[in-house]
Design a protein around this ligand. Structure first.
Ligand code: 13P
Ligand code: SF4
Length: 352
């Protein structure tokens, strides 16, 4: 049961001491989140992974995050993902075969290595980060997408952004790029379902991926909220669709959402468009400040893969570590890790 798992986790943490760092993403369930030594959004966690002295990093998050931790630590730390089935459905919407095909198809119209910067959202497999590293491209997170895109456009005239169309579109719009200069690459269709002219004239080519959690939030939810609470405020994640983001008062990464709501005036009523575990925890935390927090969707929608990491898996990997066994280690082969690291380091260099 959970009580027994808690005791095993606490005991193992005591034995391993500073040799161990448990990182927890904000979407983790409470029973796991409370054991994290460090918590954060994707950017903060990748920076923490890069700077920790701990020998073992247990990543309570999803697969691409553990890969990033292994890449930025140059394989010098042992990175463990408690449940190997904790993936990300959005990350899975792009893969190397499809992205290479896209690049080749674009090259029938223009020279992508001269004109297009490939930008991958950190929510992607390591080999896609490597693809970016090998083609003059870069990685971004939801908190630095704008700075990364500004850097990209200062070098080449177009951007191929994958896998999340929404983060790409929402960031582009904030930078003043007109919607007409953005096209969506439908990876199920030849040439992305686009004409030569559409590709030639586009400033941003957006991969047709999306987050299965954030796609649940709709403009109608915000309209209903505004009718009920005309003074209320809406805050949402940039993985939301264009309408939701346009209608929000504040848009930002999970870390920004937490910081903004925590710092708001007593009496503020928030509608929050991001994952339920974060929203519930935040609602509990700010209740005492007389700040209320409401989840954007009337239906319960959690990230099912983030939810896979449970106390049982955490206790199991820790028990093994104490016994000298490493289970569920995430290792990125060096030929992929090297160019992927270049694209990640570039991100950390070009934006604060
Ligand atoms: P951030 O924590 O970077 O805002 O990302 C949200 C997310 O969807 C992670 O998978
Ligand atoms: Fe992936 Fe969305 Fe889950 Fe984040 S919330 S891990 S983007 S499916």
């Amino acid at each position: 049961d959970d009580g027994e798992c808690d005791a095993r986790i606490v005991a193992a943490k005591n034995i391993l001491g500073k040799r161990l760092a448990i990182l927890g993403h904000h979407y983790q369930r409470n029973e796991v989140f409370k054991h994290a030594d460090f918590t954060g959004d994707s950017l903060k966690l990748s920076q923490l992974a890069a700077t920790t002295d701990a020998e073992f990093i247990i990543f309570c998050g999803v697969h691409f995050m553990a890969e990033v931790a292994d890449i930025v630590t140059d394989g010098k730390r042992t990175v463990i993902l408690p449940d190997l089935a904790a993936g990300c459905s959005m990350a899975d919407m792009a893969n190397l075969v499809k992205v290479k095909k896209c690049w080749e198809e674009i090259s029938q119209i223009l020279d992508p290595d001269e004109k297009v910067t490939p930008v991958t959202y950190i929510n992607s497999a390591a080999d896609l980060k490597a693809f970016c590293g090998n083609h003059g491209g870069i990685v971004c997170t939801s908190s630095n997408a704008r700075g990364v895109l500004e850097w990209s456009f200062s070098r080449r005239e177009k951007v191929l952004f994958f896998p999340d169309q929404h983060l790409g579109r929402n960031t582009g719009v904030r930078m003043g790029i007109p919607l007409e200069q953005m096209v969506t690459w439908d990876f199920m269709k030849p040439r992305g379902g686009l004409t030569d002219d559409e590709i030639r004239n586009a400033k941003m080519i957006l991969w047709k991926g999306f987050c299965s959690v954030h796609q649940m939030f709709q403009a109608s939810h915000i309209n209903n909220f505004r009718k009920q609470f005309p003074e209320g405020k809406v805050i949402s994640h940039p993985e939301n669709n264009y309408e939701v983001v346009q209608m929000s008062d504040v848009v930002g990464s999970t870390e920004t959402i937490l910081r903004t709501v925590r710092a708001s005036a007593p009496g503020t009523h928030w509608l929050v468009g991001t994952e339920l575990n974060l929203v519930n925890r935040l609602a509990d935390e700010v209740k005492s400040k007389n700040i209320t927090v409401q989840f954007m969707s009337p239906t319960v929608c959690m990230c099912s893969t983030m939810f896979r990491t449970d106390p049982q898996h955490l206790a199991w990997v820790l028990d093994n570590l104490v016994a000298g066994n490493v289970v569920n280690r995430i290792r990125v082969p060096s030929e992929i890790a090297k160019p992927a690291r270049a694209a990640l380091n570039l991100m950390l260099e070009v934006v604060d």
